[in-house]
Ligand binder design. Structure first.
Ligand SMILES: *Cc1c(COP(=O)(O)O)cnc(C)c1O
Length: 392
């Protein structure tokens, strides 16, 4: 039944486990452990002969609800909730590689994701090749016989480039590698990487899934087989488990996810169209606009433009700072997906650790600004931007 529900219904009811009290809202089980009626029951639980819980590092009821609800939404067989998006990314990559393996990743990655594949993995003997992910030929050329993992994010942060997920998945399948997709920017509502052929999907639930700036969280979703063979033991024994309190907060966030993302996306589209008409703006990148450089790929794999807009000001860093400082409603913050509209200047914040050359490769200049649209009134946000642009 629940498999056939549409997303908004799954996000309210999916995975709910009611206690004998019949509570309406999901219960928070803030417990480390569980007690057994008898010694025999404990023995059976440890043998895996019954499904109960053992220890909160392995799993617990509130986290289970979050994991099941995410599986239903994503169309995944299984998942693991993690303490943060980065715990999820690190687990998804590291649980399946060993010394001598090779990773191919798109160079346009969230900064910490890039650290995991570019800096951390090589310390353990896992080599990594970074490519311009927009061209499938680059992926093909980088593949080696020992390539085990391919990793990408689409749309990318902050310049909203897209990568042909089905194309990269096909290349991975040819050599038995696994494709991991970080689907944060598209949200689970607008892009379904598993349906496009990806093997593993990761989220920072901190972003749209919470969506109200409260707690960190992450999740890894895949087939039962992949999780059993790769993630299950890694997860139990390295301890990236999510707090049950955060799982509860995120369950509440999921209930309103479609309402928030719909409003945020409507605003993002209006903001992108507005910015495209402003003379101080050199270019606007928004996956929902026909003039996006990869509109053809977007049409194949995304069902909406999502909540972020990237734009470049002709006046460089000076204009970007002036614009940000003049805004009243839109706040300066490096976070995204929040109910509050947030603006950031990547070159001096999220991407300041890259070399000038690496930033240029990613299309980030002094005038590049990333805006995460919130759920405020669209016209108020347009007015806020208009006033700030007028001052340039
Ligand atoms: C925020 C983010 C992460 C990391 O998530 P945290 O919850 O902050 O650890 C990973 N990938 C992308 C694309 C993100 O935006």
């Amino acid at each position: 039944m629940s498999k056939n529900w549409r997303p908004a219904t799954k996000l309210v009811h999916g995975g709910t486990l009611r206690s004998p009290y019949g509570e309406t809202s999901e219960a928070i089980f803030l417990t480390q452990g569980f007690v057994y009626e008898t010694s025999e029951a404990a023995e059976a639980r440890f043998k895996g002969e019954n499904d109960g819980y053992i220890y909160a590092r392995y799993g617990s009821p509130t986290n289970d609800m979050f994991e099941k609800r995410m599986c239903l939404l994503e169309g995944a067989e299984d998942s693991r909730a993690m303490a943060s998006g980065m715990a999820a990314v690190a687990a998804a990559v590291l649980c399946q590689v060993k010394a001598g393996d090779h990773i191919v990743a798109a160079r346009a990655l969230f900064g910490s994701c890039r650290y995991v594949v570019e800096t951390l993995a090589p310390r353990y003997g896992v080599e990594c090749t970074l490519v311009d992910g927009r061209d499938l030929k680059n992926w093909e050329d980088a593949i080696r016989p020992n390539t085990k993992v391919m990793f990408l994010e689409s749309p990318t942060n902050p310049t909203l480039e897209v990568i042909d997920i089905a194309g990269v998945a096909k290349l991975a399948d040819q050599i038995g590698a696994k494709l991991i997709v970080d689907n944060v920017f598209a949200t689970p509502l607008f892009q379904k990487p598993l349906e496009l052929g990806a093997h593993v999907v990761v989220y920072s639930a901190t972003k749209h899934i919470d969506g109200q700036g409260r707690c960190l969280g992450g999740v890894v979703l895949s087939s039962k087989e992949w999780i059993n063979e790769n993630l299950h033991d890694y997860f139990r024994h390295t301890g990236p488990a999510m707090s049950p309190f955060n799982a509860w907060t995120l369950l509440k966030g999921m209930e309103t996810l479609p309402l928030r993302v719909k409003q945020q996306t409507q605003t993002a589209a209006a903001v992108a169209d507005f910015l495209a008409e402003q003379s101080p703006v050199a270019r606007v990148i928004y996956p929902g606009r026909k003039d996006h450089p990869q509109a053809d790929i977007i049409a194949k794999q995304m069902t909406g433009g999502s909540t972020l807009v990237c734009f470049e000001l002709k006046g460089g860093k000076e204009a970007a700072f002036k614009l940000q400082n003049a805004l009243e409603i839109i706040k300066i913050s490096n976070n995204l997906g929040d109910a509050k509209s947030l603006i950031t200047h990547p070159a001096t914040t999220t991407h300041k650790n890259l070399t000038d050359e690496a930033r240029a490769e990613l299309g980030i200049s002094g005038g590049t600004v990333r805006l995460s649209c919130g759920i405020e009134d669209t016209q108020d946000l347009l007015d806020d931007l208009a006033a700030a642009i007028k001052g340039l």
